[in-house]
Design a protein around this ligand. Structure first.
Ligand code: URA
Length: 243
């Protein structure tokens, strides 16, 4: 928050990376938010940097920015909460992890691999914007073997239900003719819901298993499934400078 700039409480919360503005309004209405030690439930309140704002007892401006690279296992939702009470990605953080991080984009419940978590809203929005073209590398186990025509369609960009994919890089890594499956590497820079599965399904080769091995220049090296590490300052700076 800029010094002495008064702004609405929900905006200050959103800028601090607590939650979206709408979610912040819900937190306020639900009595979760204290301003200078007093619960504030009404919406019009304005605050500046001198006000002490706490959400469920945690001061919002004390939150250090965190940039986490996690190796997501299968069977975990990439969200901070789930209606069906399934395990969520933030359940994998150590008990003493204080900051309210959330995933940058998502991986399906049954997809494993590299996912970033942060409490830096600008950073997350930037990386998720298609214009920044972060390359994501997936390894898919698919049914059958790709014909040359299939590879061309995947590579050139293809019409899916409501959008056309950008050109992709496709590498067939191996084929198991006995089991009738193949392992294929696919590199794309978009992030539509279920995009990889939909692309392979569209060429008639459904995905049996999917993992994300790389996100831009970041890899899973040194991590085992379910574990995470902080990005280095250099890695964060490199991601931030991405145009
Ligand atoms: N594409 C998919 O189909 N699923 C993912 O989890 C990620 C990309």
């Amino acid at each position: 928050m800029a010094e002495l700039e008064k702004m609405r409480l929900q905006k200050a919360m959103a800028e601090a990376g607590v939650a979206s503005r709408r979610k912040s309004e819900e937190l306020i209405a639900g009595g979760h938010v204290l301003v200078n030690g007093k619960v504030v439930k009404e919406m019009g309140v304005k605050v500046d940097h001198r006000d002490k704002i706490e959400v469920d007892g945690v001061p919002i401006h004390d939150e250090k920015k965190r940039y986490i690279l996690m190796y997501k296992p299968r069977g975990v939702i990439s969200a901070v909460k789930d209606d069906k009470d399934r395990k969520v990605i933030t359940d994998l953080l150590e008990d003493d992890f204080r900051e309210r991080v959330y995933p940058v984009g998502r991986l399906d419940y049954d997809t494993s691999g590299l996912i970033l978590l942060t409490n830096d809203g600008d950073f997350a929005n930037r990386l998720m914007h298609p214009k920044y073209h972060v390359e994501k590398t997936y390894i898919a186990k698919i049914q059958g073997t790709l014909a040359v025509e299939d590879i061309k369609r995947l590579e050139h960009g293809m019409k899916l239900k409501d959008y056309k994919t950008s050109p992709a890089k496709v590498t067939v890594m191996s084929k198991d003719t006995k089991k009738g499956t193949s392992i294929v590497k696919l590199v794309i820079h978009e992030g539509h819901n279920h995009q990889v599965k939909n692309m392979f399904a569209a060429v008639g080769h459904p995905v049996n298993k999917l993992s994300r091995e790389k996100y831009g220049f970041l890899t899973l090296d040194g991590l085992v499934s379910g574990k995470y590490r902080d990005l280095s300052r250099i890695e964060v700076a490199k991601l931030k400078e991405k145009k």
